[in-house]
Ligand binder design. Structure first.
Ligand code: FES
Length: 94
């Protein structure tokens, strides 16, 4: 059985498996709220964007982590108590 840690995604406390990236944690959390698709940010035109390459190249997975904007969700391992902000509530990082 996988161990879980708790963190905050868009103000919601969620438990996610240990050892995953922030992008995977967001996907894990969004399955319940959005069904499918992972949204991390908005483009300058306001379009919703999500992780694409998963290897730190496309920059589409940028989120705010613990108040620091433009962190790559696909390259950042989760940590207990982390606060992650995505574009799902329109208060989004661009
Ligand atoms: S998904 Fe492409 S940089 Fe993170």
């Amino acid at each position: 059985m996988a161990e879980h840690i708790e963190l905050d995604i868009d103000g919601r406390r969620v438990a996610v498996p240990t050892g995953v990236t922030v992008a995977a944690a967001i996907a894990h959390a969004m399955v319940d709220t959005l069904g499918s698709g992972v949204i991390t940010r908005r483009s300058v035109s306001g379009a919703l964007r999500g992780p694409l390459c998963g290897m730190g190249v496309c920059q589409e997975c940028r989120v705010t982590i613990n108040g620091r904007a433009h962190r790559l969700a696909c390259q950042t391992p989760i940590a207990a108590g982390m606060r992650i902000e995505t574009a799902t509530d329109c208060g989004a990082p661009t």
